[in-house]
Design a protein around this ligand. Structure first.
Ligand code: 1PR
Length: 535
């Protein structure tokens, strides 16, 4: 019947569920949105991608009468799939800004990861899970990794053990999925877990599937190091959006025409990198600092198309700040970010505006709640806010010459300087500011950033390796994940950065665009070196 191709989606409007919609549509289903409790009770299969924070989610569910309908639906053992917060809400309560009462269907309290032993929170990235019982929906994942992003988790206990279908391990064991009859929920994001994740959704959507596979019992893995492909995007002189790539941020060819270097089409390349095994794809709208991003419809289109076929996390940056357009209409940075999320981004990255916010905070020591970092993380969660830092190395004879944190460099400067500090820049490296990358990193973590994308202008496009001094400095200064960026020229540079620093991920652009080193070759090299990666 027509009903068979419809999935009912419970989206209470608290955040970004576009990725879930894209994945369901990709698998050939239409989506019916829940408007009122009756839509839940009449659903044939219900997907509940929880987003945002626990307390506001419970609030909305209760105010709209959806909580009761959900409990009835689940107690009747009807096909249900909760995702992320959609798993956590089934428990009795959560410590997230709480205790806050949950739906109370599963015994247990959802608690925060313990970061005191050096575990970075949020837990972001890829793990293989340990399947502990017949889960049905995990039948195809075997030892493949799936993508997690969360700061809170439910833990196994004697009271909830009959619900658990798989576990994972980070600071300790936590629940990766539950199953009872037709009721399923997963802590990870199947819609962002590549082919393995799509198999989970497929198994839920076609339970009586003809495709029978022997369930493989996986083993919980360590958090994998991520390999990220980055696309710097801007309009060329003909007005077409192209993927470009700079040399120390200079993206123009050294020719008479001085044209913008063109390395391909953004949507095609993003799709290619997904197929090649990139763990994430980032788009940086590199002229966003001067052109208003909401006026840049082609960029939003690029995101929309890319996200329809890319089932790993997508980050988008460029131009996220408060803005008043030519007609005097004011847009908050939150509105700009929201449009990126609506167009398919899973995370946004903030460059210049984070520098201004950090400078202000260092001056006043007051959290206004109004910075882009605070506004966006409040609504979409810390994990959705990445800060892109564009530092430039400044050599020093004496570390006391500046008020900023400096390091002893492994390679001395041109005048045999033994020290350097890393000066933050804005507007695509065009302007240096009075703040170091170290100071910035600590402030943005405090303001609510969930991750740092750490570039280095000196190394960008040089292919000589990552700036290990810088990446060590920053990854040891914060407890959120740090993505190493700029300078990758070979697979060995990736193992170097993971063995010498605490970076959680490494990003490259040029070597992938120029097809010098395929993503798979990087992964294979890392595996050989004993680094946990998503194969
Ligand atoms: O300031 O919030 O509007 O954000 C602008 C964003 O655009 C920032 O994230 C900034 O890093 C980026 N950006 C601005 N200008 C440039 C440029 O190149 N002229 N690109 C630029 C920065 C750096 C990396 C690059 C790595 C890896 N690109 O993302 O991909 O260095 O390159 P490699 O592997 O080839 O060495 P706002």
């Amino acid at each position: 019947s027509a009903d068979d191709s419809v999935v009912t989606l419970l989206d209470y409007g608290a955040g970004n569920v576009r990725s879930v919609r894209n994945a369901i549509r990709f698998l050939g289903y239409d989506i019916k949105d829940v408007q009122e409790p009756a839509d839940i009770l009449n659903a044939k299969r219900l997907v509940f991608p929880g987003v945002g924070a626990f307390a506001p989610a419970m609030d909305v569910l209760e105010k709209k009468g959806l909580a009761e309908a959900l409990c009835t639906y689940i107690e009747q053992d009807r096909p249900f799939l909760g995702i992320c917060l959609g798993l956590q809400l089934l428990f009795e309560s959560s410590e997230e800004n709480g205790p806050v009462k949950g739906l109370g269907l599963i015994p247990g309290v959802v608690g925060r990861f313990d970061s005191s032993n050096g575990f970075r929170v949020p837990h972001i990235g890829w793990n293989a899970v340990k399947v502990t019982k017949d889960s049905q929906i995990l039948d195809d994942i075997g030892n493949r990794h799936v993508y997690f992003v969360h700061s809170y988790r439910a833990t196994p206990s004697d009271d909830n053990k009959e619900w658990i279908s798989s576990t994972c391990n980070y600071d300790s064991d936590f629940i990766a999925s539950i199953r009872r009859g037709n009721v399923h929920a997963v802590q990870f994001h199947p819609e962002k877990s590549g082919e393995a994740g799509l198999s989970v959704l497929r198994r839920f959507l076609y339970p009586k599937s003809e495709i029978t596979k022997v369930p493989v019992k996986g083993r919980a893995s360590k958090l994998a190091k991520r390999v990220i492909a980055c696309l710097d995007v801007r309009a060329n002189d003909n007005g077409d959006l192209v993927v470009t790539k700079g040399d120390q941020y200079d993206v123009r060819e050294q020719t008479v025409e001085n044209e913008v270097r063109n390395l391909g089409k953004p949507v095609d390349l993003a799709g290619q990198y997904y197929t090649d095994g990139a763990d994430e794809v980032s788009f940086l709208n590199i002229t966003g600092f001067r052109d208003f991003p909401l006026g840049d419809l082609p960029m939003l289109q690029v995101l929309k198309y890319a996200s329809e076929n890319v089932f790993v996390p997508l980050t988008v940056g460029g131009g996220i700040r408060d803005f008043t357009d030519g007609n005097g209409r004011y847009y908050s940075s939150l509105e700009v970010a929201s449009e990126y999320f609506r167009s398919g981004a899973d995370k946004v990255s903030i460059g210049s505006d984070a520098v201004y916010a950090a400078e202000e905070y260092l001056k006043t020591k007051v959290k206004t709640g109004k910075t882009s970092i605070e506004q966006i993380s409040r609504v979409y969660g810390n994990q959705a806010v990445v800060i892109s830092i564009d530092p430039r190395r400044v050599y020093l004879k004496d570390p006391n010459d500046v008020e900023f944190k400096s390091v002893r460099v492994s390679k001395p400067g041109p005048n045999n300087e033994q020290f350097a500090w890393y000066q933050c820049t804005v507007n695509g490296g065009r302007e240096g500011r009075s703040i170091g990358a170290y100071e910035l990193a600590q402030v943005v973590e405090e303001l609510g950033a969930g991750e740092i994308l750490l570039n280095c202008i000196d190394c960008d496009g040089q292919g000589q390796g990552f700036d290990i001094d810088l990446i060590k400095l920053i990854s040891d200064a914060v407890s959120i994940p740090v993505i190493a960026s700029s300078g990758a020229g070979s697979a060995e540079h990736f193992s170097e950065v993971f063995s010498k620093t605490n970076a959680s991920a490494a990003l490259a652009a040029g070597i992938f665009h120029r097809k010098e080193v395929p993503i798979q070759a990087v992964k294979e090299h890392l595996l050989k070196e004993g680094v946990e990666v998503r194969a």
